[in-house]
Ligand binder design. Structure first.
Ligand code: ATP
Length: 200
């Protein structure tokens, strides 16, 4: 199948993530999009984040009702930092018949050359990049063996998890920025109440 892999911290998941995934699913004719929840993102080391079980559950609630979406805990289950290249290699080894698509926002594409083995990432999967407000820079060169980089345009959504955490910490509404079931989960578990991090 044509499998989209969409990695993120999802702390918390928001409508920007959902629009990105749905527009890529449609534009690239993907059979499934897996939301791969990062365990320990290497580029966000030292930054406190909400326990993985909460982030997984919020993704589960956020994607409910879309049969094209699934949540994946491969990175949460793997020991150590979550390197995307290892995730892609693992999934490709387990699902050799699948064609992989690696979905990212424009800001992440610009950073990608600093990730572990970016050229190998671009050989393992077709990178699908989506515009994100504030993201700038050119498309990096991933070498001659790289699969073509695909670009999908979405209505620009200036939403980020860090902004949502700030809003929640100061008691502001995140209604309509986050799916209703996720907002209810955040309230029920008292997440993001008074700092960037939440209870474990
Ligand atoms: P934070 O503010 O904590 O850094 P974030 O909102 O960027 O979080 P992540 O979970 O780190 O969310 O993002 C996962 C992926 O989704 C990244 O590839 C990122 O570029 C993309 N993304 C997140 N929000 C948007 C958005 N509003 N528009 C387009 N892409 C987005």
């Amino acid at each position: 199948m044509r499998l989209g892999l969409f990695g993120g911290t999802f702390d918390p998941i928001h409508v920007g993530h959902l629009v990105l995934a749905e527009q890529c699913r449609e534009a690239c004719g993907l059979d499934r999009v897996w939301f791969v929840v990062a365990g320990e993102p290497p580029h966000k080391r030292g930054v406190e984040r909400t326990a993985a079980r909460h982030r997984l559950e919020m993704v589960r609630l956020g994607i409910a009702g879309n049969s094209g979406f699934e949540v994946s805990d491969v990175e949460v289950e793997r020991e150590g930092p979550s390197y995307s290249v290892e995730t892609l290699a693992q999934i490709q080894a387990e699902r050799s018949g699948d064609e992989l698509f690696f979905l990212i926002g424009g800001d992440s594409l610009v950073d990608l050359p600093t990730w572990r083995e970016p050229e190998r990432i671009a050989r393992l999967a077709s990178i699908v990049v989506v515009n994100r407000p504030g993201a700038r820079g050119e498309v990096p060169d991933f070498g001659i063996d790289a699969k073509p980089i695909l670009s999908v345009a979405i209505p620009p959504l200036e939403i980020s998890s860090s902004d949502l955490r700030r809003r929640l910490a100061s008691g502001k509404s995140v209604r309509y920025l986050v799916p209703a079931a996720v907002t209810a989960y955040i309230e029920a578990h008292k997440l993001y109440r008074d700092s960037a991090a939440a209870p474990t």
